[in-house]
Design a protein around this ligand. Structure first.
Ligand code: DGL
Length: 274
């Protein structure tokens, strides 16, 4: 079997378990690839922290994956992708680094007709304006609104994705943006946790509005990049999965099973110190 860089795993990291939604999309799109995932559960959430702190944490998380040997780095966390992609590219280049913001912006531009797009995310992601800049680069006339939805993170971690409570939260966050002229036609789920709330978001914004999931578009971007760089796995068998966390393997496994849609056991999660 080839031991070239093609056989190395893809490194994926996030502030915690939410990035498993991105890992799930990656594993579905790239079943022969192996993945090494790190969730910085000891320091979650990143979404309420300053860009400087998020950048420092992100460098430490990425370093663990790089030290273990990965062929490509995926930043599953939207908050990190919004503030630290360039810093990580400078620090770890020539290792390819893929964030979720550019693929999410690409998908939003492909989905919109009116050019009115709403970005949902953590406070940090919305405050930084990275999605807005990425969308405007592709479509200069776009009207891009941002809505922090911090409660969605907690609801998703509770697996509380159906019923009145998530619906009321979604209404509170989204209804003010559904303008009377109906110009808004695209909502971006710009946070690792939000894909599990896609159903409730769709029910609040209505069937005319496209809900874009950056996890799926990121998986497509990673596939193209692997092909372009000649880094796709040559192995004919399904890839392996290794999981690392900085705190509480039991909670990671319990909450993470929902995000990954695969049962996980605490013994499957290795604890690391950053
Ligand atoms: N992973 C974060 C994101 O996608 C959400 C959770 C957090 O705030 O750390 O923005």
């Amino acid at each position: 079997m080839s031991m070239g860089p093609q056989s190395l795993p893809i490194g994926v990291f996030d502030s915690g378990v939410g990035g498993l939604t991105v890992l799930r999309a990656l594993r579905e799109a790239l079943p022969r690839e192996s993945f090494l995932y790190l969730g910085d559960t000891a320091r979650l959430p990143y979404g309420t922290k300053s860009p400087q702190t998020v950048e420092r944490y992100a460098k430490q998380s990425a370093q663990v994956l790089v030290d273990r040997g990965v062929k490509l780095l995926v930043i599953a966390c939207n908050t990190v992708s919004a503030v630290a992609v360039e810093t990580l590219r400078e620090q770890f280049g020539p290792l390819p680094v893929v964030g979720v913001v550019e693929p999410g912006a690409e998908a939003a531009c492909a989905a919109t007709s009116s050019g009115h797009i709403l970005i949902t995310g953590t406070e940090g992601t919305i405050r930084g304006g990275a999605y807005e800049r990425a969308i405007r680069r592709r479509r200069p006339g776009a009207v891009v609104l941002g809505q922090p939805c911090p409660l969605f993170v907690a609801l998703a971690e509770e697996a509380w994705t159906l019923g009145d409570v998530p619906k009321l939260a979604a209404r509170r966050y989204l209804a003010p943006h559904l303008d009377a002229d109906g110009a808004l036609d695209t909502v971006v789920l710009g946070c690792t946790h939000f894909p599990v709330l896609a159903g409730v978001v769709q029910s609040v914004v209505g069937p005319e509005v496209t809900v874009v999931d950056s996890a799926m578009t990121t998986a497509g971007a990673v596939r193209s990049l692997l092909e372009q760089l000649g880094l796709a796995s040559p192995n004919p068998v399904p890839g392996q999965l290794a999981l690392l966390a900085t705190d509480d393997a039991e909670r990671f496994a319990r909450v993470g099973s929902g995000f990954l849609s695969t049962p996980l056991r605490a013994e499957d999660v290795e604890l690391v110190d950053l």
